[in-house]
Design a protein around this ligand. Structure first.
Ligand code: NAD
Length: 360
């Protein structure tokens, strides 16, 4: 049966890298119906809103969403609700995408591209399961006011609210334990339970779910500050890391960076219905339009789409194999080259996409 994919390239390098992922999808020869729509800054420029009604409607009607990236410094002056990043927050909320899976794997061929020593990073293969629709990013009340108390009562202040309900923690814990069962069977739950009330609830519920239904999975608790250290100290020890929205946002970028390049890592946002697939990185406005962005994270987001939304495990494996072969053959984009990469092996965005298609 034909699968409908909403293609939302967005801003910055988004359109360049999405084009490569679409090439790969087409090369699979499957019956995919792809429909494009504006999202982010380009949607604001064309329609006056970063997440126009038509884009949201298309997303809801589709079987999966291929998302590029949103954001550009030229939109920094806009009011919060009109900023490009609101599109991704809006999609997560409207589609109930509460779980963000961000694998961080160090490709054997790229261990030298990591800023960490090869023996530290070698074998790194973890997935961060980040809660996506709760926490301080969505909690109300929020805003500006005159400080009612604190260090400077009467001074102008800004405030946000960190909140978690029991069902929100339960469902993300289940996603993490299920993922661990398909991997090496270990979950590290990250919180700040020594300080935060929300984290104390988090820890209590994660353990309750574990003891009731997932006692076969190993569970450890780690404070977020310690996790930030351990990720660079012994990254290969982690399997599944489950954490709150804001902690996950920060830790997943750290995990991505130690693999060698943010340009290599895909991400899936799952809920109860349609899921969204995107690279872990942003819109990289500093290199947009120059044809040098690494499209592999976006291409690997297609691998996740085939695996999680379409149950096409073999085709997903083919994409991973093609990417690995291209790296094995020595091809690199600028962000993953090292001092030993010959100049004629450094390629741009489109060529990298073509190479993956050839190997497919
Ligand atoms: P970024 O991830 O866009 O870029 C960080 C650095 O990594 C930059 O130097 C960039 O050139 C490089 N980089 C990123 N992806 C690359 C790729 N595929 N190939 C080669 N190099 C790559 O993060 P940032 O600079 O903090 O943010 C830029 C914009 O992206 C901001 O507007 C931010 O809000 C937005 N953003 C969007 C998303 C999203 O759409 N989901 C996520 C994060 C940031």
């Amino acid at each position: 049966m034909s699968k409908k994919i909403a293609v939302l390239p967005g801003d910055g390098i988004g359109p360049e890298i999405v084009e490569q992922a679409v090439k790969v999808l087409k090369a699979l020869g499957c019956d995919f119906e792809m429909e494009y729509a504006d999202v982010g800054g380009v949607a604001y420029a064309n329609h006056g809103h970063p997440l126009p009604e038509a884009t949201l409607k298309l997303a809801k009607e589709s079987d999966a969403i291929l998302f590029g990236a949103v954001g550009d410094f030229k939109y920094d002056h806009l009011e919060r609700h009109l900023r490009p990043e609101q599109a991704i927050l809006g999609l997560r909320k409207a589609l109930g995408l509460f779980a963000n899976l961000r694998p961080a794997k160090c490709f054997k061929e790229l261990t030298s591209a990591s800023t960490l020593r090869e023996e530290v990073v070698s074998g790194l293969d973890l997935v961060i399961v980040r809660e996506l629709t709760g926490d301080i990013y969505f909690g109300t009340p929020r805003g500006r006011r005159t400080a009612p108390d604190g260090n400077f009562p009467g001074a102008p202040e800004a405030f946000d609210t960190m909140r978690y309900t029991v069902p929100e923690v339960e469902r993300i814990a289940r996603v993490a334990f299920e993922a661990a069962r398909k991997r090496r069977g270990k979950v590290t739950s990250v919180d700040k339970a020594n300080v935060l009330e929300t984290s104390r609830l988090w820890r209590e519920i994660v353990h309750r779910v574990h003891d009731a239904d997932y006692a076969d999975v190993e569970l450890e608790d780690l404070l977020v500050d310690n996790t930030a250290m351990q990720l660079i100290n012994r990254p290969a020890d982690f399997d599944v890391v489950v954490t709150e929205n804001m902690f996950g946002d920060i830790l997943s970028d750290e995990a991505a960076q130690i693999t060698g390049s943010l340009g290599m890592l895909a991400s899936a946002s799952l809920g109860d219905g349609v899921a969204l697939y995107e690279p872990s990185h942003g819109s990289a406005p500093d290199i947009a339009g120059r044809g040098i962005a690494n499209p592999l994270a976006q291409i690997l987001s297609v691998e996740m789409m085939l695996r999680y939304s379409f149950g096409m495990g073999e085709a997903a494996d083919d994409i991973r194999r093609a990417v690995t072969e291209v790296l094995d053959a020595g091809w690199r984009t600028g962000d993953i080259k090292d001092a030993e990469t010959p100049a004629d092996k450094v390629v741009g965005t489109a060529k990298m996409g073509d190479l993956v298609v050839e190997h497919l």
